[in-house]
Design a protein around this ligand. Structure first.
Ligand code: ATP
Ligand code: MG
Length: 561
């Protein structure tokens, strides 16, 4: 199944935008308010980017606003590092929450007051069953649940127990507060869901104030209501929670009545988008960190050199629908390439250098040649690249015994050096093992700039760098973390032999203009791929990460289908 919508001129509104449009038209709302509600227990990934761009996108399109809300109700797994990383990533994606940054924990007092309200209304009770018993009593999809023996406690007793839970009198996990709804409901979420748990752990924001914490279900909708959210957009796994969401809104004196809408989450082929698994990759050091360039995290993509515009373009092509599908990872690469092809400047870099000595070029001489920064965009301008008697070319651009269709260098063959001269290979120098270590060539001084006055043609054009001027660099060539169909989805994914797929090249040579490149400025090394400087690289010896190769496997996939 494919989850991609081909972009057409008139893009049809998805069901969420249709809903919003209708609600504005009918006067139900004057202004819409959405929110992106990450739990700060990990870094954001490309799936979150879909939700971010949807929430901030509709707010922008319909003149509303979007809040950034940290869903920080479980202090056991949450951390300030994640709060900071999430803000950085959302901002980097180009989304602006203005002053509207919130924490669910800001509402702990109010949420607790709502809990007492339910108790006083006879709609919640303190249960002494333990987690396992609760699960047992809950029943299954085909069998109804059983009432807890504590379900009919008196209101006063419930209130007293709840206050003592709050005061920290009881052991973690010894009691919970549950809503009193219906243990026989066809929807398991309505079988007396848990509202509060005892957890006597400090919270990054509220410190030691709380010994009980609200569950996601109890906190989420009420926080939406407190913030005045009109459209609470979430992924399909919450569809069955909606009746509960509505039940709370109906049964509590909340200041507004938000509505929840569910859309399909992004699933990427061969890619792990589970926070639990991404956490495992990091904590078990299978990757260098959350921002390892192979990670599908926003920070990993950034470090790989993917521009935010490419991510936005990708997620804007995803269907906002009610059907789950899997999008091929090649589609993301396609969007990255598409963007970079248009926007990245061209440079020359030799990944696996082979030295070439141009014998008829004067020793000690060098000259500056004009190189075009972008063949399709004159405004990108030109730069000067130095040329001299010794240059490096790509090892793969030479064959000692080339087949007919190989239009690059071979003994006696003439090629064009990009922006420079025609050269002809006259001699091949090998080491004791028979390995080619150097080529001897001659150049035709009449062909400066890459054209022969006599009109003679060459079939091949190759890239090069001047040996005296080049900057040595390391280059990381990344392959997907998981390149088998299982894509890291099996339980023993950490043992996957394809994990760790990065080829680290040393001794690469790049043109001198790359000396002060930045991580944001992803470039195309001509004929090779797109690269950006790694944020950890030394001034004098840069490290580049391959953002994406030139080859467009998506185009092939598409042709076949
Ligand atoms: P978990 O809840 O298991 O920690 P999560 O990925 O759901 O992980 P949240 O921080 O709860 O993480 O997610 C924040 C928001 O991003 C939620 O509204 C969620 O629905 C949305 N979201 C998460 N994963 C995806 C995805 N793959 N595609 C689209 N939206 C997603
Ligand atoms: Mg979640």
């Amino acid at each position: 199944m494919n989850d991609i919508e081909e972009q057409s001129e008139e893009k049809q509104l998805d069901f969420i935008r249709e809903q919003i449009q209708a609600d504005l038209k009918s006067g139900k709302h004057d202004k819409i308010v959405t929110r992106f509600p990450p739990e700060p227990n990990g870094y954001l990934h490309i799936g979150h980017a879909k939700s971010i761009c949807l929430n901030f996108g509709v707010a922008d399109e319909f003149g509303g606003e979007c809040h950034l809300r940290f869903d920080d109700t479980n202090p056991a797994k949450e951390d300030q590092e994640f709060v900071d990383a999430i803000q950085r990533d959302v901002e980097w994606l180009g989304c602006d929450w203005g002053e509207k940054i919130y924490y669910a924990s800001d509402n702990f007092d109010q949420l607790y007051a709502y809990a007492e309200h339910l108790v006083e209304a006879g709609k919640a009770y303190v249960d002494d069953l333990n987690t396992e018993q609760i699960r047992e009593y809950r029943g299954t999809l085909t069998e109804p649940g059983k009432n807890s023996p504590y379900r009919d406690r008196a209101i006063e007793e419930n209130l007293d127990l709840l206050r003592r839970m709050k005061a920290g009198e009881f052991e973690d996990g010894s009691r919970v507060l549950r809503a009193k709804i219906d243990m026989a409901s066809g929807n398991i979420n309505l079988r007396d869901p848990v509202l509060y748990r005892i957890l006597r752990a400090p919270h990054p924001r509220t410190g030691d104030s709380w010994k009980i914490y609200p569950t996601y279900d109890f906190a989420h909708g009420q926080t939406d209501a407190i913030e005045g959210i009109t459209h609470s957009l979430c992924t399909l796994e919450f569809e069955d929670h909606r009746p509960l969401y509505d039940w709370f809104i109906e049964n509590l004196p909340v200041p507004s009545k938000p509505k929840q809408y569910e859309f399909s989450r992004l699933n990427l082929g061969n890619t792990v988008l589970s926070k639990r698994r991404l956490t495992q990759l990091v904590t078990e050091a299978k990757v260098s960190g959350w921002d390892d360039p192979r990670m599908p995290t926003v920070s990993g993509l950034r470090r790989r050199g993917v521009p935010p515009e490419a991510i936005r373009d990708f997620v804007s092509r995803l269907a906002i629908s009610k059907t789950e599908g899997v999008v091929e990872a090649a589609m993301l690469d396609h969007c990255i390439r598409d963007y970079l092809n248009e926007h990245a400047v061209r440079r020359m870099g030799v990944l696996r250098p082979l030295k070439v000595v141009i014998e008829n070029y004067p020793e000690g001489k060098s000259e500056e040649l004009i190189a075009v920064n972008h063949p399709g965009n004159e405004e990108a301008g030109t730069r000067m690249v130095p040329f001299s008697r010794e240059i490096y070319v790509e090892r793969d651009d030479f064959m000692e015994d080339p087949p007919k269709k190989f239009f690059r260098l071979g003994p006696g063959r003439e090629v064009r050096l990009r922006f420079a001269y025609f050269i002809t290979c006259t001699d091949v120098i090998k080491d004791e093992d028979g390995e080619v270590v150097e080529l001897r060539c001659t150049y035709d001084p009449e062909t400066r700039g890459g054209n022969a006055p006599d009109g003679r043609k060459v079939r091949g054009t190759i890239h090069w760098v001047s040996a005296d001027h080049a900057i040595p660099a390391d280059i990381n060539l990344y392959e997907p973390l998981f390149d088998d169909p299982d894509g890291g989805h099996s339980e023993n994914f950490l043992e996957n032999p394809n994990l760790g797929s990065v080829e680290h090249l040393t001794g690469c040579m790049v043109e001198p203009s790359m000396a002060n490149s930045t991580i944001e400025a992803t470039v195309q090394f001509e004929r090779t791929g797109y690269f950006s400087r790694d944020e950890d690289s030394d001034e004098g010896h840069p490290v580049f990460n391959r953002t994406v190769a030139l080859r467009d496997s998506w185009a092939k996939v598409r042709k076949k289908s």
